[in-house]
Design a binder for this molecule. Structure first.
Ligand code: NAP
Length: 487
């Protein structure tokens, strides 16, 4: 698609309704991971650009907070309409910038539009309550008000839906925002902002600083007293740093961080169905998803059948550029991601894992991209191996046998992370018992996709704080005000 603002010189910083260059006039390249080709440039914002964006958001706050819920809802509904009209163009842009296959990119744009639709409705449901008082001559009512200026920081792996999952509830609540998208995917962020501006979001309500200097932008956001809320999606290490800094001015924080999902297949489950499910969910987005299964535990009675079926399904996955027909696994985002796969696989093999398919970097005919990694299955993985305790974030499935329920629950919970978990069983009691004991924010029972704009997404422990989407999603952007009235 033709982005209006990425011609030379790049003007991808949005402040007060205007697309601008960075104050330093510097830019950085954006590449297609499948080919390594430069597909555009983005403005390289820094601390001063960020301060100007925060000032614009602060200046626009009273006016946006003063609109009616129905007005904000109408803008979001219009944005949803435009995004769905542009679904194909946005998906094509996403595939070239981030690498995921076109069908997955289409799904992601649909998911991003779902957040616009959901929060267009939720805007109208922001209300308070009447609370009984202990005093006969007193009444209480509550009202919910927008928290103020929101700083949002997003990752590259879902470069449009992670934006609407934050910006839609912020807009619905009456907040103004400053977004810093990932440096690897600024063009998707520009295209998303174009949709929102076209839908009628007023100048200053949404601002964005593209940058290759994340710390300069992030520090300005967390240190600013005008920013009242930080919403971050990314790695646990960076999330912890930002949350600690945000504590300096007691900002509200939401953190959607890393995961290390267990995928448990019990003796009463169908191992073939479970293996098909694992092959689908593990290799979505080339494994670069926070809810990707990282540790697959299979009851010993099904173990070989499961490993064989998974291996067969994985061998059939077609790797290539996201635009090519039939491709289901695209390139990894960069060289660092491939090196991580190589080190996890090598470590596992040295410690006795069994490689049944894949295991190495691969070349794809006709493409110059160097970041394709063959979809891989490692069987007989043990707790000492890196892959058992490090988030993989790539196309390597680690499988291991277990014998009893208590043992597998203990192993599944033996991690600092707590985002998603998966359970395969045909016994309702097992499903409920195990789900209750898993210390994770989301559990898929015989289901590989426990996510939707209408459902709360989020983790516990080192996977984060707060929930996005669902009824809870808008609460993160609202403060409750109590009014006591003497009568
Ligand atoms: P990351 O390195 O933490 O980056 C995420 C965002 O933070 C990017 O915009 C990045 O900017 C920015 N950032 C990096 N250093 C910063 C700093 N010092 N100050 C302020 N901002 C900073 O994570 P990633 O590798 O891109 O993303 C993958 C991680 O995200 C995985 O751990 C994954 O599990 C997690 N994730 C979680 C969810 C969820 O909902 N729980 C969803 C998706 C992904 P640059 O791009 O410029 O580095």
């Amino acid at each position: 698609m033709t982005l209006l603002v990425t011609k030379n010189p790049a003007r991808t910083i949005l402040i007060d309704g205007e697309w601008r260059e960075s104050l330093s006039h510097s830019t950085f390249p954006v590449t297609d991971p499948a080919t390594g080709a430069v597909i555009g440039r983005a403005s390289d914002g820094g601390a001063e650009d960020t301060a100007a964006a925060i000032a614009a958001a602060a200046a626009a706050f009273d006016s946006w907070a003063g609109t009616t819920a129905h007005q904000r809802s109408a803008v979001l509904a219009e944005a949803e309409r435009i995004m769905r009209i542009r679904q194909k163009e946005l998906a094509a842009l996403m595939t070239s910038e981030q690498g995921k296959p076109i069908k997955a990119a289409m799904n992601e744009v649909g998911y991003a539009a779902d957040f616009l639709a959901w929060f267009a409705e939720e805007a109208k449901r922001i209300g308070g309550v009447a609370v009984p008082s202990a005093r006969a001559d007193q009444r209480f009512i509550t009202m919910r008000q927008p928290v103020g200026v929101v700083a949002a920081i997003t990752p590259w792996n879902y470069p449009i839906s992670m934006l609407t999952r934050k910006l839609a509830p912020a807009l619905a609540a009456g907040c103004t925002s400053v977004l810093k998208p990932a440096a690897l995917t600024p063009l998707c962020a520009v295209a998303t902002m174009e949709v929102l501006l076209e839908a009628g979001v007023p100048a200053g309500v949404l601002n964005m600083v593209t940058s290759s200097r994340a710390a300069a932008v992030g520090d300005t956001m967390v240190e600013s007293p005008q920013v009242r809320k930080l919403t971050f999606t990314g790695s646990t290490a960076i999330g912890k740093q930002l949350a600690a800094k945000a504590a300096g001015s007691l900002k509200r924080v939401s953190m959607e961080l890393g995961g290390h999902a267990p995928f448990i297949v019990f003796a009463d489950a169908d191992p073939v169905r479970a293996a098909k499910g694992a092959a689908l969910v593990k290799f979505l987005n080339a494994g670069q998803a926070c809810i990707s299964p990282n540790r697959i535990y299979v009851h010993r009675s099904h173990y070989e059948k499961f490993v064989d079926t998974l291996t067969e399904r994985v061998r059939a996955l077609k790797v290539g550029a996201g635009e090519s027909p039939g491709v289901s696994v695209g390139p990894l985002i960069n060289e660092r991601a491939v090196t991580k796969m190589e080190s996890q696989v090598l470590d596992a093999l040295e410690k006795g894992a069994r490689l049944t398919v894949g295991g190495k970097r691969m070349e794809v005919d006709g493409l110059d991209g160097k970041t394709f990694f063959a979809p891989t299955v490692l069987a007989d993985v043990t707790p000492e191996m890196l892959i058992s305790y490090e988030e993989t974030f790539g196309p390597v499935a680690a499988v291991m046998p277990f014998d009893d329920e208590d043992e597998v629950i203990a192993k599944a919970n033996d991690t600092d992370y707590g985002l998603a978990a998966y359970v395969y069983t045909n016994d309702l009691s097992t499903a409920i018992r195990v789900t209750e004991k898993l210390r994770f924010g989301m559990v898929g029972v015989n289901d590989i996709n426990p996510t939707s704009a209408s459902a709360p997404f989020g983790g516990v422990k080192a996977s984060g704080l707060g929930r996005e989407g669902g009824y809870e999603g808008i609460d993160e952007y609202l403060d409750t005000k109590l009014i006591g009235i003497a009568v």
